[in-house]
Design a protein around this ligand. Structure first.
Ligand code: 5RP
Length: 265
């Protein structure tokens, strides 16, 4: 692996823990102004100091974010469909590698829709990104989609989708936590981080999921809604960070969340 790729990855994965606490804020590329992220210029700056990487689109970055506040960027490079259109899986690569380099992204990302009529197209999108980004030693994050079209998926499906991303050349993969996650990590070949998914009922539920994923060998988390839809987003990202980087227990992290939330009042 070239020095440049290693350097970019070290901006995402903190060398002290080897893990990453990413913050996903790219939802607007198909969901528009999602609850809690209507005004990125207001929502993101207080959270940025606690995120190792921001997963975002170029439009959100250029229009709302001061480059000085962000440690690293994982740039969303796919898009096309919207939540009100016929097929969310019908994605194309929308952002060139040249533009990712102008933004000084540490990685670029697209997602695969394994098991849908668009699996070939979405895997070809990932391959294109790997080929193009590879010219500049720019790492690629492969994302395995679930959601409306695919529903909840078990370890068998997640293992399949994650491994396909790695075989196509992704440097790391983002997927969803599931029972049997150790098996997902074992067969992934590359580091695996988890998405948060829809806001869980309680903050403790989200902390528990992050903890279970790390205990099962995940290399980090990339939560969005479970951070910025929390009543106390800064307390939440800091509590999650303590699990990812400091091996905090769920009780310790939850206490940290409650203490920080109380201090805000
Ligand atoms: C969408 C994404 C999002 O970044 C991902 O869903 C993470 O956000 P959340 O934790 O809110 O699910 O990759 O495809």
């Amino acid at each position: 692996m070239d020095w440049g790729r290693r350097h970019r990855l070290s901006r995402i994965f903190d060398p002290r823990s080897g893990r990453t606490n990413m913050l996903a804020v790219d939802h607007g590329y198909f969901l528009g102004p999602t609850a809690g992220m209507e005004e990125p210029a207001v929502a993101i700056p207080p959270l940025a100091p606690y995120a190792d990487a921001l997963m975002a689109t170029r439009g959100l970055l250029r229009n709302t974010i001061d480059p000085a506040i962000v440690r690293s960027i994982v740039l969303r490079a796919s898009g096309g469909p919207s939540i009100v259109g016929p097929a969310l899986e019908d994605e194309a690569i929308t952002t060139s590698v040249e533009d990712a380099l102008r933004i000084n992204a540490a990685a670029v990302t697209t997602q695969v829709f394994v098991g849908t009529p668009f699996e070939r197209q979405s895997i070809a999108n990932l391959a294109l990104l790997v080929n193009e980004a590879g010219r500049y030693e720019l790492p690629v994050l492969g994302v395995t989609a679930v959601g409306k079209e695919l529903g909840h998926q078990d370890a068998r499906y997640i293992k399949l989708a994650v491994r396909i991303c790695a075989e196509i050349g992704a440097d790391f993969v983002k997927t969803y936590y599931t029972d049997g996650f150790e098996e997902v990590v074992r067969s992934a070949m590359v580091p695996v981080v988890i998405a948060g998914g829809k806001k869980l009922e309680t903050e403790r539920d989200a902390l528990q999921m992050a903890h279970d994923a790390i205990a099962a060998g995940a290399a980090g988390i990339d939560f969005g809604r479970n951070v910025w839809q929390s009543p106390h987003p800064v307390a939440m990202i800091r509590a999650l960070r303590s699990i990812v980087h400091d091996d905090a227990s769920v009780d310790e992290a939850h206490q940290m969340y409650k203490d920080l939330a109380a201090d805000e009042k």
